[in-house]
Write a new protein. Structure first.
Length: 161
């Protein structure tokens, strides 16, 4: 860590609470533009746009967003964050619990992983016929309050690796 980074970290961790909150907000904004987050943005934005709708009201030749629609976006964003957070917390707890099990069974897991890798190679080459089926589904539109935490959880699962 550079001297500036360590000084910033010390000031944020040991200083006033407001400074720590501002540092966390700045880190969140910076991480939002990172290459691993940018591909998630279009899906999230399209979900919010679908929830709010594409209709805009005009008053005196100016576009106006109603307060109800603004609060719908805020609520959906908070539920998305809740779903994301729940998955990350559960993943962290699971990882800490699984580390001891993984270290005890490392030899067995290496062998099982090797077998799975060989089987996947055979499947990808077309060696197992029934696994070559193409299955399609028509997803249901979930642009409501239930979809926000679900979408956040799915994004967290996709982002975890």
């Amino acid at each position: 860590m550079t001297e500036i980074g360590s000084a910033f970290a010390d000031a944020a961790a040991g200083g006033p609470l407001l400074l720590g909150l501002l540092a966390a907000a700045a880190a969140g904004l910076i991480s939002f533009a990172s290459p691993c987050v940018v591909p998630l943005v279009p899906g999230y934005m399209s979900y919010l746009a679908g929830l709010v709708g594409g209709q805009v009201e005009f008053k005196n030749n100016q576009a106006v967003v109603t307060k109800q629609r603004q609060w719908a976006v805020v609520g959906a964003a908070l539920l998305f964050i809740l779903g994301f957070t729940v998955v990350f917390v559960l993943a962290t707890v699971s990882v800490f619990g699984a580390i001891s099990m993984l270290t005890l069974n490392a030899d067995v897991l290496m062998r099982v992983g090797g077998i799975v890798t060989i089987l996947m190679g055979i499947v990808f080459m077309g060696g197992i016929g029934f696994m070559q089926n193409d299955t399609r589904m028509a997803p249901k539109r979930w642009t409501n309050w239930l979809g926000a935490p679900l979408l956040g959880g799915v994004f967290a699962l996709g982002w975890t690796p």
